[in-house]
Design a protein around this ligand. Sequence first.
Ligand code: GLA
Length: 379
Amino acid sequence: MQKEQLIAKFQELYGEGGEIRTYFAPGRVNLIGEHIDYSQGFVLPFAIDLYTSVAIRKRNDGIVRIASSQRNQHFETFEVSKIKPGYGNGWVKYPLGVLWALGISEGVDIFIDGKVPSGAGLSSSAALECSIAFVLNELFSLGKTLKELALLTQKAENDYVGVPCGIMDQSISLMGKSGFALLIDCGDLSTTLVPLDLTRADLQLLIIDTGVHHALVDGGYAERRASCESAAAKIGVASMRQLSAALLENNQKNLTDSEFMRARHAVTEIARVLETVTKLRESDYLAVGKILNESHRSLRDDYTVSCPESDLVVNTANANGALGARMVGGGFGGSVIALIDRAETGKISIAIEQAFANADYKPPRFFTSLPSDGASLIN
Ligand code: GLA
């Protein structure tokens, strides 16, 4: 939604007057580094050009009103003094959680327009949280850094919404930069920009939404996270980041089969991220494609977070000439990325559509996006 349109909708809903600010925060695609942010690993996501816009205005009566263009534009009303975990139901827990995490004690009117498809593994929830956090930081001159905002929005999702997510999605939604993927060290949140100019190599990343909805609250995500933590505790390391392949082998007998497999994914995935950065810098995209395939196999076989629909997309893309493909995000559905020759986009998309039709799956959706900017003012 354009700025003028967003403000017009806001005024239609809440009335005119006062200063209205408008900001956006994007969704993300993770090139590689899956399920290792909560193990202090490295991840390599980029922000996409699908985003959540937000318009906001201060109130002086301690009331918070929240509405979204995706929810028929009816607003819900809350009292800022009551905002703490357990207050509010459904999607409003995301904005309420951010107000809580940032310690806001004044009233606001908030209008949200979210264009990141939800359940597609493209991080619509981080886009929502980060757009609100960014706007509150500016509106109340909180002076928080982007890193601090990332940690606070993660806290909102963990403690208010109740989803035990890591730090990747919020970090990239806030810190993304057009033309770059962002290497994030989830141990200390330090970042390095990695140029990602696929167009120059006549390539593109096709994003395929399988249409299968994942729900991180369902327990599968928390169970994987807990396995990594118990494996680390048994081996005597702080996290998977401190684990080497050799140390893992030596400790296999002390771990359950599933702890060993989860840990093997974490250790190998961290190595794959660093290898991808090297190969990107050398413009060796064939090697990048192979690493994407290895990542997918590891997520499918060791981490067991893929699903038949995602596997079908990966296999079909590869059988039709992709350099590599893998599931992205939390898994159990959501999206797949395929690194492909731009000229092959039509052929590969049609092959995937056909494979889905043959398997009686509902039609997948296709997106592409260049690496885009993180949360910003809407001009
Ligand atoms: C979800 C979580 C992230 C990350 C990914 C898997 O998107 O929100 O923190 O763990 O899954 O890499």
